[in-house]
Structure formats: structure tokens, C-alpha cells
Design a binder for this molecule. Structure first.
Ligand code: AMP
Length: 396
């Protein structure tokens, strides 16, 4: 397999799939440029090695054809500033316009193509469309981890037109390295912490992790499906009635596999789902009628933090409570701090999934954990043990 580190890009045109799906405000200004920054090591490596870069990405969910608010032209200036190189813009990603611009592209220059999703062929994984993209360049680099779980033209299909010249960019390489470290060679004890609103989103990942972890901590809204399945009183807490059997199956699987399944023992209950609600602390299986559990309690935080601090590998996905509201953030904050502490003592910690990433950033701890994944859905699917089309297209 070719790698970005060793490939000779001199005088080569590299077609690089990036994830520039960044939020724009009503003046079309970028409000969070993390995804653009994440692609910079790959872009700079190619430019510094004497190559030129053709960037392709999607932005938002355009319905059909061009829409001003989803145009990648709004990113040109900022990409140029971050890359420290001139950026030309092709008003279409396919056809004569990018073809001619690609022909004129010189080493050290960047060409940014218009939003791939202005053509429905992109999401359909159309071969002809992929071949058209491929014809623009000599080599294909996929660095869009956030869309690696999609079999789209630019993320998977295009790779077949570069049988000998395809590779991952640095971002995907490091995402894979962190996830494989956790899935394939975790130092023990290995603790996974699963939270968030719904158990239904996390069943497959929990199943897969039960074959690998020593401790599985359950928190957040999904706790109550487990507690109800065990016969506890959960008041008006969030629950998935149709998943009670699955919760029992997971409890049983954990027992058989000798995995310590750690459910909260206490929780903060509120009289309504509101930042100003009245609250009290109650045992997890004694939520009063009409009240709802919105965070784990003190005893749970202490116990879970202790387990985390004694771990050598930690995977965290999903908040322990409604951390967006101050009254219900202690559990999530406690877990985030314990992970940072364990990391400072040498543990490897991987944080993934939109809301736990938001939490780790909220508490300013992203530099104190080992790796924060950039791809929510893609990371979840990889952790479920699925083969991602964008990864398979290159790894084979
Ligand atoms: P998810 O996208 O499934 O990871 O869920 C994240 C969301 O779950 C966050 O917005 C939290 O506010 C929410 N959440 C966490 N704990 C609870 C809870 N006990 N009840 C309701 N929602 C919760």
C-alpha cells in the first residue's frame, strides 16, 4: 500500500478528498474551521513535495444543483490563508471547467472544486462521474474520514481509477491508527464509556465492544432502558420500551464474557426537562413518578471516575447527562476530567461521537486526551466492526 509519507508527489497532481463540510453563517463566513485545519498536514505535505493539489469536498445537503449557501467558493480565501498557497476555484467539479484548470495547475498550487453534491451522481456512487473526477489527476488521496462510511463517488468509487496510486491522507491514517489501537491491541484494563440519549444507536457498538473490554460503563439517557429492564422505577425518564429485551441480552452477554457492566447507582432527577427545573438526588431505580433522570449522581461519578483512572485504554462515546444544562453536567464533566487524568498517567484515550467531542471541548480538555475523532458516524461504524467503503477502497 502506498503512503502519503513516502509517495513521490513531485510534478504530480493529487486529487484529495477532504471533509470541508464546515458551518457558515448568513454572511457565508466560516464559524468553525477545524475540519479545514485537520486536512492541512496532507495538503502541505503534497505541496512541499513539489506536487499540486486538487481539493474536492461536499458542503451541507443541497437538494438539486447549485445553491449559493452551499458553494465552496466561500472557503477559498481561508483555505489559501491556512495553506499559505494560492487557491484557484473551479465553478464545477466535473467537465471542461475543472479539466482546463487542472491542466494549467502548477506545482505548489491548489485547485478547489465546487461542491460535489451539486451533482446527484456523487451520492449515488456513479462510476462515470467518479471517472470524470479521476481524469483530473495522477494520484488519489482520501483524507475525508467524516464521510468514509459512505460509498459515494469521491470517497470510494473514484479509487478504482488509481489502482497503483491511491492512499490515505494523514488525518485518516491517524484516525485508523487510534481506532485500531483500541480495537485490536488495547492495553488492559480497557474501559468503554457509552452515553447519550438512546440505546438503539449504540447497540451494535456495545455488542462489538463486549468482546474486547474489561469494563463497560453505561450512562446518559440510555441508562433508563437498562434500569427499567431490570425492574427499576424510572419515572418519566427517557426510555425505549422496544429495547428492554436487548438491554437484558447485553447485561447477560456482559456476564458471560466476564465484562464488568457498570450502570449508575444514583442520579439527578428533575421535575421537568429544563435548565431551571427543581432537582433532587435519588437512587437510579427509584425515580419518583413524574420526575426524570437527567444526570448521573455523585456516588456514580466517584465510582466511574475510579474505574477510569485505573484503566490503560479508554474509549468514550456519548455524554453522561444533559451536559448542555449546568445543573446536569457534573457527570459528563467528571468523566471528562477522569479521562484526562488517566491519560496523564499513561493511558490511551479515544473520544468520539459528536456530543462527547463537544463536551471535551467545553471543558477545554481536548489537548489532555490521546485522540479526539473527527468523524462521528464513521467512527461509530468502524467501532461496530463494519468495513467502511472509503477505507476498503484503499486498503482493499
Ligand atoms: P447521542 O447523540 O445519542 O450521543 O445523545 C446526546 C444527547 O443525549 C445530548 O444532547 C444529551 O443532552 C442527551 N442526554 C444525555 N443524558 C440524557 C438523559 N438522561 N435524558 C435525556 N437526554 C439525555
Amino acid at each position: 500500500m502506498k503512503t502519503i509519507e513516502t509517495f513521490d508527489f513531485k510534478k504530480k497532481k493529487a486529487l484529495v478528498r477532504v471533509d470541508f463540510n464546515v458551518p457558515l453563517n448568513s454572511n457565508f463566513e466560516i464559524t468553525d474551521d477545524n475540519r479545514i485545519k485537520a486536512a492541512m498536514p496532507t495538503i502541505k505535505k503534497i505541496l512541499n513535495s513539489g506536487g499540486s493539489v486538487i481539493l474536492m469536498s461536499h458542503l451541507g445537503r443541497p437538494k438539486s444543483g447549485f445553491e449559493e449557501k452551499f458553494s465552496l467558493k466561500h472557503l477559498v480565501k481561508h483555505v489559501s490563508k491556512l495553506a499559505g498557497a494560492p487557491v484557484k476555484f473551479a465553478s464545477d467539479c466535473i467537465g471542461n471547467v475543472p479539466m482546463e484548470m487542472s491542466r494549467d495547475l502548477k506545482p505548489g498550487e491548489i485547485l478547489l472544486l465546487e461542491n460535489l453534491r451539486f451533482h446527484k451522481e456523487e451520492e449515488k456512487g456513479n462510476e462515470e462521474f467518479a471517472e470524470g473526477l479521476a481524469s483530473l489527476a495522477d494520484v488519489y488521496v482520501n483524507d475525508a474520514f467524516g464521510t468514509a462510511h459512505r460509498a459515494h463517488a469521491s470517497t470510494a468509487i473514484v479509487a478504482k481509477f488509481f489502482p497503483d496510486n491511491k492512499m490515505f491522507g494523514y488525518l485518516i491514517e491517524s484516525e485508523l491508527k487510534s481506532m485500531d489501537k483500541v480495537l485490536r491491541e488495547p492495553s488492559k484494563p480497557f474501559t468503554a464509556i457509552m452515553g447519550g440519549a438512546k440505546v438503539s444507536d449504540k447497540i451494535l457498538i456495545i455488542e462489538n465492544l463486549l468482546d474486547r473490554v474489561d469494563n463497560l460503563v453505561i450512562g446518559g439517557g440510555m441508562t433508563y432502558t437498562f434500569i427499567k429492564a431490570r425492574g427499576g422505577d424510572i419515572g418519566s425518564s427517557i426510555v425505549e420500551e422496544d429495547k428492554l429485551d436487548i438491554a437484558l441480552h447485553l447485561i447477560e452477554k456482559a456476564r458471560k464474557k466476564n465484562v464488568k457492566l457498570i450502570l449508575p447507582v444514583d442520579n439527578i432527577v428533575a421535575d421537568k426537562f429544563d435548565a431551571e427545573a427543581s432537582v433532587q438526588e435519588k437512587p437510579i431505580d427509584k425515580v419518583p413518578d413524574g420526575w426524570l433522570g437527567l444526570d448521573i449522581g455523585k456516588e456514580s461519578i466517584n465510582h466511574i471516575s475510579e474505574v477510569i483512572r485505573d484503566s490503560k485504554t479508554i474509549l468514550w462515546n456519548g455524554p453522561m447527562g444533559v451536559f448542555e444544562m449546568e445543573k446536569f453536567e457534573a457527570g459528563t464533566k467528571g468523566v471528562a476530567m477522569a479521562i484526562a487524568e488517566a491519560t496523564s498517567r499513561g493511558a490511551f484515550s479515544l473520544i468520539g461521537g459528536g456530543d462527547s467531542v463537544a463536551a471535551i471541548n467545553k471543558y477545554d480538555l481536548s489537548a489532555k486526551v490521546s485522540y479526539v475523532s473527527t468523524g462521528g458516524g464513521a467512527m461509530l461504524e468502524y467501532m461496530e466492526g463494519k468495513e467502511l467503503p472509503g477505507i476498503k477502497a484503499i486498503r482493499g
